[in-house]
Design a protein around this ligand. Structure first.
Ligand SMILES: [Cu+2]
Length: 131
């Protein structure tokens, strides 16, 4: 699914969640981040400042629906690499705080690296163990 399609489909849901959230906390920047598809197999969250929310993640081998959530204030991407080589044709992009993206990837059992390829974000490295 392309980010564009995902955003269009999620627009109405986002509006509802935003309204509820705004009511609960009195406004401010409270973009929803919990609207990823229910079948998500791996969620990776970017948090301030310029880091992932964990050092180690796990997923089940096979087709994995991966979600990227951005709770930081700058743009982040999610790249998956194995043995230092980026897996081609897979990249999630969450351009600003509150943005989410998701996409499918087929992963065999093994150890992978989760990376962000935005310049200056080399510290965004985590380990993904697929079993
Ligand atoms: Cu980043």
């Amino acid at each position: 699914m392309t980010p564009q399609k995902f955003l269009r489909r999620s627009a109405s849901a986002l509006a509802v969640v935003a309204a509820v959230t705004l009511g609960a906390c009195g406004g401010g920047d409270s973009a929803p981040t919990d609207t990823l598809p229910a079948e998500i197999g791996l969620t990776v969250t970017a948090v301030p400042s310029i880091r992932w929310d964990a050092a180690d993640y796990t997923a089940s081998a096979g087709d994995v629906l991966v979600g990227l959530v951005n709770k930081d204030s700058v743009r982040h991407t999610l790249i998956i690499a194995k043995d230092g080589t980026k897996i081609p044709d897979f990249k999630l992009v969450a351009g600003k705080k509150g943005a989410i993206d998701s996409g499918n990837i087929t992963l065999e059992a093994g150890t992978y690296q989760l990376l962000c390829d935005v310049p200056g974000h080399q510290n965004m490295k985590a380990t993904l163990t697929v079993s």
